[in-house]
Design a protein around this ligand. Structure first.
Ligand code: UDP
Length: 372
C-alpha cells in the first residue's frame, strides 16, 4: 500500500493521540490543523508572563482516572507530580469543603455526626425518586433539598445559564458524595498534574518527522481535502456542517485575571455557590504546583456565559432541543466514509481528558488494524 495522507483537525488531546498512534504504526504523512496560535486545545497551559506561574489558559485541568492503560500512556510524554485537588465552597459568607463530605455535612448542619449518623441523617432528608430524570431530581435523591439549594442550585444556574431541572442528571454524578473526611475532589485511582504542563505533553505527542502542524489555520467546508485518505475531525460537529441545522448550545467561560503578593486565597479553587455572586469560581494556579516557589500569585475569576458566534465552546449543554439537532448532525456524519469525528466537541459530550484519551486510543487501534 502506498504511503497514506491524513488530515487531523484540532491539536487537543484527541487529535494528538491519533497523530501519535498513526505516525508510529502506519506509513503515513499527517497534517494537523488548529485555528488557534497554540497546540493543546482547551487543555493548553503556559507560564504566566508576569509571575512565571504555570496557568491553565482555559480553566483548571486535573488529570484523574481509574484507567491504568490511559495513565501509563500519558506518563510516557511527561512527568506527573502528585497533586490532590481540594476545593472549597463559599455560601452565604461561610466556607465549606467540597465535594460534599462528612465535614461539609457537619459544618452545614452544625453537627458532629459520625459517618453512620450522617448517612442516616441524609437518607432521612432526601427525596426518593426511582429514576431521576434531570439534574435537580438527581440532586434531591442524593443530598436532599438543603444541601442542593446551598451548593448546587445557584452554582449550576450560573454555570449552565438555565434551571438545573433542564439539565441531564449525569452532570451531578461527576461529583462524589462522601460520609467520611476524604476531601479529594475526584475519586480516580491515578491523579496528578504534569510538571511542565499539558501543552508540553501534547507537543511531545506531536513530535514526529511525519507530522506537520499548521497553527492559525481554520478548517471549513471550503478547505480542499482531496489529497487526504482520511480525516479526523475534533472541532464542533455543528461547525463542520456550517451550522445547517442551527447551533448546538454551549457555555463558554471568561476569565478576569488578577495579581497579588503571596497567597491570595490559600487554595487552588474556591467555588462561589450564591446565585447573586456573578462569578462561579476563583482559581489560583500557584497551588497546582506546590513544588515551585513563587512570591507573586495570579488568580482568575471565572464567569460563565452563553457561547456567542466567536466564543470558544466549553461545556455542551445537551438540552432537549440540542439533542434533537445533534441527531440530525449525526445522521450526516453517518454518511461520510472518510471522516471520523472524535472528542468533546465533535461528539458533543461533557468528557474529561482521560475519557478523550481512552476513546482516541481505541479508535486509533481499530484504524491501525484496518490500515497498516
Ligand atoms: N457543581 C455545583 N456546585 C459546585 C461544583 C459543581 O453545583 O460547587 C455542579 C455544576 O453543575 C457543575 C457540575 O457540578 O457544572 C460539575 O462540576 P465540576 O467541578 O466537575 O465542573 P468542571 O470543573 O468541569 O467545570
Amino acid at each position: 500500500m502506498r504511503s497514506q495522507n491524513y488530515l487531523i483537525i484540532g491539536a487537543g488531546f484527541s487529535g494528538a493521540v491519533i497523530a501519535e498512534q498513526l505516525s508510529k504504526n502506519i506509513d503515513c504523512s499527517i497534517t494537523v490543523l488548529d485555528e488557534r496560535n497554540h497546540i493543546g486545545g482547551n487543555c493548553h497551559t503556559e507560564r504566566d508572563g508576569a509571575t512565571g506561574i504555570m496557568v491553565h489558559t482555559y480553566g483548571p485541568h486535573i488529570f484523574n482516572t481509574d484507567n491504568k492503560e490511559v495513565w501509563d500512556y500519558i506518563n510516557r510524554f511527561g512527568n506527573f507530580k502528585n497533586y490532590t485537588h481540594r476545593v472549597k465552597a463559599i455560601y452565604q459568607d461561610k466556607v465549606y469543603t467540597l465535594p460534599i463530605n462528612l465535614h461539609t455535612i457537619n459544618q452545614f448542619f452544625g453537627k458532629n455526626f459520625t459517618p453512620a449518623e450522617a448517612e442516616a441523617f441524609i437518607a432521612s432528608r432526601v427525596v426518593k425518586i426511582a429514576e431521576p430524570a434531570n439534574f435537580e431530581e438527581q440532586a434531591m435523591t442524593m443530598i436532599g433539598a438543603d444541601l442542593y439549594k446551598a451548593f448546587m442550585y445557584g452554582y449550576t444556574k450560573k454555570q449552565w445559564g438555565c434551571e438545573p431541572k433542564e439539565l441531564p442528571a449525569s452532570i451531578i454524578k461527576r461529583l462524589p458524595l462522601r460520609f467520611n473526611y476524604n476531601d479529594s475532589y475526584y475519586h480516580g485511582q491515578f491523579f496528578g498534574i504534569p510538571e511542565e504542563g499539558y501543552s508540553a505533553i501534547i507537543e511531545k505527542m506531536l513530535t514526529h518527522d511525519n507530522i506537520e502542524i499548521r497553527l492559525n489555520t481554520r478548517f471549513n467546508s471550503a478547505f480542499d481535502t482531496g489529497a487526504y485518505d482520511h480525516i479526523f475531525y475534533t472541532g464542533p460537529i455543528d461547525a463542520y456542517f456550517d451550522y445547517c441545522y442551527g447551533r448546538l448550545g454551549y457555555r463558554t467561560v471568561t476569565f478576569d485575571r488578577n495579581e497579588a503578593e503571596g497567597d491570595f486565597q490559600g487554595a487552588s479553587q474556591i467555588n462561589y455557590c450564591d446565585e447573586d455572586v456573578s462569578h462561579t469560581r476563583v482559581v489560583e494556579y500557584k497551588h497546582f504546583t506546590p513544588w515551585e516557589e513563587h512570591d507573586q500569585t495570579v488568580y482568575f475569576k471565572e464567569y460563565s456565559k452563553e457561547t456567542g458566534d466567536d466564543d470558544v465552546p466549553y461545556y455542551p449543554k445537551r438540552l432537549t432541543a440540542d439533542m434533537d439537532k445533534l441527531s440530525l448532525y449525526q445522521a450526516q456524519v453517518a454518511q461520510l466514509d472518510k471522516v471520523t469525528f472524535l472528542g468533546r466537541l465533535a461528539t458533543y459530550r461533557y468528557m474529561d481528558m482521560h475519557h478523550v484519551i481512552a476513546e482516541a486510543l481505541q479508535l486509533a487501534a481499530k484504524f491501525i488494524e484496518k490500515h497498516k
